[in-house]
Ligand binder design. Structure first.
Ligand SMILES: Cc1cc2nc3c(=O)[nH]c(=O)nc-3n(C[C@H](O)[C@H](O)[C@H](O)COP(=O)(O)OP(=O)(O)OC[C@H]3O[C@@H](n4cnc5c(N)ncnc54)[C@H](O)[C@@H]3O)c2cc1C
Ligand code: FES
Length: 344
């Protein structure tokens, strides 16, 4: 019951709550535009990099995301409901039946090119929208809304940053590594996958990932170009450390201690992984930020479908809901309530 009361309070207080929160890049800067396709390249068994061409893009930072849809000719990007169209049952029928609602994807890279801007998203094919994305080629166009969300804070007072990514949590970390290098913060990346052919990274031919998580190497091209060594883990031990990437980070930490005031940890990926990393950091008083995922129908604070419970000592109950799309997706990990509300 409390859960629902909180939810409706969140709806009523939405506007003022959003105004109070320091949204790094206010969503009023977000634009809807038509994007062309530059490339749609397969990176591993289930991940692809989609490079989009845009005429312009408002200032954005790593951790922000874009909302994509298949309807570039509709002003909103939404398709009107056509009951004669059947929902797709698998990725093969997805191009014809791309979904009505936009889908959220972290910005994996953003750069100026002579014809405008190129923006990368890296996606794992899991259902209708990502099945449709897989079918896109250079002759296609899509509708893009963004940039959305707040993004990762970067503090120059921190000398070392650890980027802990599991599975499809990797994309925002690629762009974050570039931003950290530009801010002269030393980054180490921790990248985990279920198995080696689900790791969406380019391995350097001459540098092997260490089997032992005590050592980070310049084994991944995407991070090496930003001077960031990498620890790799796979659940089945087919590449790098055997185990989940949070466990690899703990092993690395033991072998490479850093004063807690000098260290910041950023994490993105499956929720159990982010919870492990967040709790590890909170116990040791290490600053940590988690990039949360929620199903997002609107991406702009209207539908209230994306709540994350957070501790809030100014609230009489000691917690409240925040919207992942406008007040996140990046949250201070110490504030996130990981247990389902009402389970205690
Ligand atoms: C802020 C944000 C950033 C994201 N960045 C990326 C990214 O960089 N790369 C990437 O591949 N994916 C990313 N996602 C997840 C992505 O939005 C979903 O994978 C996508 O919506 C799936 O759409 P679909 O139609 O292919 O699958 P669906 O048919 O909608 O769903 C297939 C399966 O995936 C689950 N699912 C769908 N959406 C989500 C979601 N948002 N969170 C958790 N599970 C979901 C469904 O429950 C279902 O089991 C991000 C999500 C958010 C909220
Ligand atoms: S409020 Fe609609 S997705 Fe967040």
């Amino acid at each position: 019951m409390l859960r629902f009361r909180k939810f409706f309070c969140a709806c009523r207080g939405m506007r003022s709550a959003s105004e109070r929160v320091n949204i790094t890049n206010d969503r009023r800067d977000a634009v809807i535009q038509t994007a062309g396709i530059v490339a749609n390249q397969q990176l591993c068994r289930e991940h692809y990099r989609l490079t989009l061409s845009l005429d312009m893009f408002p200032g954005a930072i790593p951790g922000q995301f874009v909302h994509l849809s298949s309807e570039p000719d509709s002003p909103s990007g939404y398709r009107t409901w056509d009951s004669s169209r059947r929902a797709p049952h698998d990725a093969h029928t997805a191009k014809r039946s791309a979904p009505m609602l936009r889908r959220a994807f972290s910005i994996a890279g953003l750069r100026d090119v002579s014809e405008g801007i190129n923006l990368d998203v890296i996606y794992r094919v899991v259902g209708a929208a990502t099945g449709w994305m897989k079918s896109l080629s250079v002759t296609d166009r899509l509708s893009l809304l963004g940039p959305l969300g707040n993004g990762f804070p970067i503090h120059n007072r921190k000398q070392v940053a650890w980027l802990v990514a599991g599975g499809v949590g990797l994309p925002p970390m690629l762009w974050l590594a570039e931003a950290l290098r530009n801010a002269s913060v030393r980054a180490v990346a921790f990248c985990g996958a279920q198995t080696s052919d689900l790791l969406a990274l380019t391995l350097e031919p001459s540098v092997r990932p260490a089997d032992d998580a005590r050592c980070a190497t310049l084994c991944c091209h995407e991070f090496a170009q930003n001077d960031a060594p990498v620890v790799i883990s796979t659940d089945d031990g087919s590449l790098g450390f055997r185990g989940h990437i949070g466990a690899a980070m703990a092993v690395y930490h033991k072998a490479n201690p850093v004063p807690q005031d000098d260290l910041v940890v950023y994490t993105c990926g499956p929720e159990p992984l982010m919870r492990f990393v967040a709790e590890y950091c909170v116990e040791r008083d290490i600053e940590c930020y988690a990039c949360m995922e929620r199903a997002m129908a609107c991406g702009t604070g209207l539908c209230q479908s994306c709540v994350v419970p957070v501790r809030d000592h100014t609230d009489p109950d000691g917690w409240r809901y925040r919207l992942c799309c406008t007040e996140g997706p990046v949250f201070n990990a110490a504030e996130i309530i990981w247990e389902p509300i009402g389970s205690g």
